[in-house]
Design a protein around this ligand. Structure first.
Ligand SMILES: Cc1cc2nc3c(=O)[nH]c(=O)nc-3n(C[C@H](O)[C@H](O)[C@H](O)COP(=O)(O)OP(=O)(O)OC[C@H]3O[C@@H](n4cnc5c(N)ncnc54)[C@H](O)[C@@H]3O)c2cc1C
Length: 415
């Protein structure tokens, strides 16, 4: 019989403290520099790898933590250190999770280690789904994958955009459409191994925040991949496509069809991965809140610290309350994923929505509490505010999270 507890165990607390040390001693002092440079912070990733923080083993350990809170605790701590550097360190995990969710055991064993490399030979991975005309509407992807039976090869053509680590990664995971008529159900994911001809980086984006994280277009021009690079394998894909075609035919004939297990599986994966992104947002919010709390206690105006004014103290009370509420939502959804609870109210999306909006709001309040100083790069809160803004956009915008929640709670196809 399990008992209710919000106490992380001693192992999780030890990981948290270890990561906090790295965030405070290595990330914090380097954050402003890499934000200005807008380059991939190789020395920081290297140091994370040397300590075992940038490693498959570390993420696997947190990912399989039975309570579910291993990943949220790790993300919060790293992003408390700095979001741009944090994303540079954890960006690879996006692609790793896609392999874990869709790959065979053999594919996971082959590719996951190659995505991280070793401290002496670092590797990165990128997950490429978004396209210029397919952002929130993933079903509109145009990148095409065509199978050539004679050579057992897949040929990929298209342009991906907004890919974290895109073009500088060693391993790219690319989502492409195999049967455009089937929309999202006609898509599959492919591994593009290191050095594959035809894959090139397009423009690298100059961003508002998380500037130490590389974001770029990825162009696929007749990229030829051996059959074994299809995640999950051909047999499984053929079965899935056949089911989708049957369902499409059934729907066209007016039978109404049923909600596909493929779509449900994809939704379950999103629900399970979104809390991790929410935890990153909490890290940023907590960092900004701490700066503001400290500042409010020391900045004197009208002969008293500004925190002595209810107007300022209440702002801090609300900031802390929303941060803690976000963490509870994130931990609940992570625990639900780890214990295979059904996400009947889209609790994963809920946690990402609330934490993302909270980070943007809390960092804005922090800037206000710091007055003119909050507006300068002498203090970190303006960077935190810029960094936080992505958390209402990527991994599903806030509007898309609301759409998913609204559909889950109503059972209606809300548009
Ligand atoms: C820094 C960064 C890193 C990223 N990393 C990756 C990555 O590694 N891999 C990857 O594949 N993608 C990545 N993305 C892409 C990201 O997931 C998309 O930007 C996001 O899904 C939104 O898509 P979009 O930008 O095309 O916006 P759009 O979909 O065009 O949305 C524009 C606006 O319309 C709203 N909107 C759209 N549809 C609806 C609707 N039905 N109801 C209500 N409102 C709606 C949106 O909420 C938004 O406010 C990244 C993006 C950024 C900026």
């Amino acid at each position: 019989m399990s008992t209710f507890s919000l106490d992380p165990g001693p192992d999780q607390l030890a990981v948290r403290d270890w990561l906090h040390g790295f965030a405070a001693d290595v990330m914090r002092p380097a954050a402003a520099e890499w934000d200005e440079r807008e380059e991939t912070p190789w020395p920081i990733i290297q140091e994370a790898a040397r300590l075992g923080i940038y490693s498959l083993d570390f993420y696997a350990q947190q990912y399989f933590d039975p309570s579910g809170v291993g990943i949220p605790i790790a993300m919060e701590e790293l992003f408390w250190g700095d979001a741009g550097l944090g994303l540079a360190i954890v960006g690879t995990t996006l692609a790793a999770v896609a392999v874990l969710a869709n790959g065979t055991d053999e594919q996971i064993g082959t590719w996951a280690p190659q995505m991280f490399g070793t401290p002496d030979d670092l590797k990165l991975a990128a997950f490429c789904s978004s396209e210029p005309d397919a952002g929130s509407d993933v079903s509109a992807l145009r990148t095409r994958a065509v199978y050539q039976e004679a050579t057992d090869e897949w040929v990929l053509n298209g342009t991906k955009t907004w890919a974290t680590n895109g073009g500088i990664a060693d391993v790219h995971v690319v989502v492409a459409t195999v049967d455009p008529a089937l929309g999202a159900r006609g898509q599959a994911s492919f591994i593009v191994p290191p050095g594959t001809r035809g894959l090139a980086q397009g423009q690298k984006f100059k961003k508002h925040g998380i500037r130490a994280s590389h974001t770029a277009e990825v162009v696929l021009d007749d990229v030829r991949l051996p059959g074994h690079c299809l995640l999950g394998g051909k047999e499984k894909l053929d079965e899935r496509l056949a089911r989708a075609r049957e369902r499409a035919a059934g729907t066209a004939a007016g039978s109404g069809g049923s909600r596909g297990s493929g779509k449900n599986a994809a939704m379950a994966t999103f629900e399970a991965s979104r809390p991790a992104v929410g935890a990153q947002a909490i890290g940023i919010a907590r960092a900004a809140y701490e700066v503001a709390l400290d500042y409010a206690g020391t900045r004197v105006q009208f002969g008293r610290p500004i925190i002595d004014n209810q107007g300022v103290a209440f702002q801090l009370a609300d900031m802390r309350t929303r941060i803690d509420a976000s963490r509870l939502l994130v931990w609940r959804a992570s625990w639900m994923a780890a214990t295979n609870q059904p996400f009947t109210a889209a609790e994963g999306s809920m946690s990402k929505l609330y934490a993302g909006e909270t980070a943007k709001w809390v960092t804005a309040q922090a800037m206000q509490i710091l007055g003119g100083n909050g507006y300068t790069r002498e203090y970190p809160v303006e960077r935190m505010h810029r960094d936080s803004a992505i958390y209402t956009v990527f991994e599903g915008t806030s509007e898309i999270q609301r759409l998913v929640i609204a559909r889950a709670i109503s059972g209606l196809p809300i548009r």
